[in-house]
Write a protein that binds this ligand. Structure first.
Ligand SMILES: *[C@@H]1O[C@H](CO)[C@@H](O)[C@H](O)[C@H]1NC(C)=O
Ligand SMILES: *[C@@H]1O[C@H](CO)[C@@H](O)[C@H](O)[C@H]1NC(C)=O
Ligand SMILES: *[C@@H]1O[C@H](CO)[C@@H](O)[C@H](O)[C@H]1NC(C)=O
Ligand SMILES: *[C@@H]1O[C@H](CO)[C@@H](O)[C@H](O)[C@H]1NC(C)=O
Ligand SMILES: *[C@@H]1O[C@H](CO)[C@@H](O)[C@H](O)[C@H]1NC(C)=O
Length: 439
């Protein structure tokens, strides 16, 4: 039942794209020796070393660490989930800009939530709209998926099907049950007031049809999607809460034409297709009041339909969403019909390349280019709270994980400032001493 992880999909992409890249022409040796070097410090793209043109500009991209000491190396790039505090390019040269790519959940590395660590970077590509290269809509392949009626079941048909097949109005499918957001606690509370069919491992109370029980890619199986589309409401709870951390949990029900009941980014409305297409758990004082609203929508077809105008009328009025989709230069997961565009990793690489040239030309013109600093808005992820009480839950072990991440962030920040390398003992001892300060 688990989705193929985003990075696996990504690796597939990169290999497809690099085949397409071989034609890239040749460069004069002068161009080559002048090109800035961008070094992937954490192994990610598999690039042993190659020049690429980004518009008018050429940069050399490599994962080969011997280039760290090369005078042309201007940027060092890290992939968030592989970031290792005991393996950093410290001492850092003043001309080494650091860049962070992390499209995955904040739970994969909460250290970046803290200023002493995130502020070591000069550029980011994260889910946050405040990121230097925002990936907020990475899980939405196409805008037209939202209006597409391929899976859409009308409310009259849903009403009939739910009775005929004995389904609940609401569905939950989740097999990763231990999440920082503690989403199962909320689902359990909600279940007291409304019936929910749960097909995944978490809070399971219903079996999938036998032919769907074990397919490798159940989540994208046509028959599975048809089943999901019968439900009026879909629980769309992220594994962690971060401003703008929005995944396919939201886009899938919107695509299928089921109303997402969302737990995650507090500003999710900014990305919703219309002003009334998503219900956010945070807008209801309790699971009971949310359930009361769901019962009302379930019994009033006009009210229910008003949440599905993206399907019924095919309209998307949210300009933030439509503008962001129009202006993005890269393709997203599953979008395979637009080979004119690069994948987001290559796009980010080119963004870095252009920033290096911009700085260089500013310096050549005698300006000292403005420092590029990053703050916690690029990767916002507050310590987890209990989704029902909305208070810190001391029984949630993820809290300890966050505290530890914070201690590490503080220590890395200090060592980076000192700009001398450090041993594993030194690091662990300092983190150990830091823990009481962050509790
Ligand atoms: C890394 O680069 C150095 C210097 O160009 C080269 O000698 C070495 O073979 C490269 N290593 C790999 C694994 O490509
Ligand atoms: C939502 O959009 C509809 C259609 O544009 C409009 O009539 C309605 O007033 C809007 N509601 C809110 C709360 O903004
Ligand atoms: C939730 O409440 C906020 C603040 O009142 C509002 O702006 C937003 O549209 C509501 N809906 C969602 C889905 O967040
Ligand atoms: C990059 O970030 C570091 C750490 O915050 C900072 O010291 C440096 O001035 C920044 N470099 C540029 C060019 O902005
Ligand atoms: C720091 O790096 C230098 C040079 O690479 C090495 O000789 C030294 O042992 C390192 N020190 C620590 C504390 O890792």
């Amino acid at each position: 039942m688990k989705l193929v992880s985003a990075s696996l999909v990504l690796i597939h992409y990169i290999s497809v794209q690099s085949i397409a890249m071989v034609h890239c022409g040749w460069f004069s040796s002068e161009e080559k020796s002048e090109s800035p070097i961008i070094l992937w410090w954490t192994s990610f793209t598999g690039e042993t070393g190659n020049w690429r043109t980004c518009g008018e500009q050429t940069c050399f991209f490599t994962e080969n660490r011997t280039y760290l000491s090369h005078p042309k190396t201007k940027a060092v790039v890290f992939y968030g989930s592989s970031f290792a505090p005991l393996d950093l390019p410290i001492p850092r040269q003043p001309w080494h800009d650091w860049a962070l790519l992390h499209e995955e959940s904040p739970k994969n590395n909460p250290s970046f939530c803290y200023h002493p660590l995130i502020s070591l970077f000069n550029y980011t590509a994260t889910w946050s709209r405040k990121s230097s290269f925002p990936l907020t809509l990475l899980s939405l392949p196409k805008l037209s998926d939202i209006t597409d009626k391929k899976y859409f079941v009308s409310v009259a048909d849903k009403n009939a099907i739910l009775v005929r097949e004995g389904l609940s109005p609401m569905v939950y499918v989740q097999s990763s049950c231990d999440a920082p957001s503690e989403r199962d606690l909320y689902v359990t509370a909600l279940q007291k007031f409304i019936d929910i069919d749960s097909y995944g491992k978490c809070l399971n109370n219903k079996r999938l049809p036998p032919q769907l029980e074990n397919p490798a890619d159940a989540m994208n199986n046509e028959e599975f999607l048809r089943l999901m589309a019968k439900y009026k409401f879909t629980i769309a709870f992220e594994n962690a809460v971060g401003e703008d951390y929005i995944t396919e949990k939201l886009w899938r029900p919107l695509t299928l034409g089921s109303v997402p009941i969302y737990l995650g980014s507090p500003s999710v409305q900014d990305w919703a297709p219309n002003n009334n297409s998503v219900l956010s758990v945070w807008n209801f004082t309790s699971p009971e009041s949310l359930a009361a609203h769901l019962h009302y929508l379930n019994s009033d077809d006009a009210a229910y339909n008003s949440m599905l105008v993206h399907k019924i009328r095919g309209t998307i009025e949210n300009r933030i969403l439509t503008d962001a989709m129009k202006s993005r230069t890269w393709i997203a997961g599953g979008e395979d019909d637009d080979f004119e565009k690069e994948n987001f990793v290559e796009s980010f690489e080119c963004f870095l390349c252009s920033q290096i040239y911009r700085k260089q030309s500013e310096e050549d013109a005698g300006y000292s280019s403005r420092p590029n600093s990053v703050d916690t808005t690029h990767y916002s992820c507050p310590p987890p709270i209990h989704p029902v009480t909305r208070k810190v839950n001391p029984h949630n072990w993820w809290l300890e994980h966050w505290n530890h991440a914070r201690a590490e962030a503080n220590v890395i920040g200090r060592f980076a400032q000192r700009n001398l390398n450090y041993t594993s003992d030194e690091f662990h001892q300092s983190v150990f001493q830091e823990i009481p300060n962050v509790r």
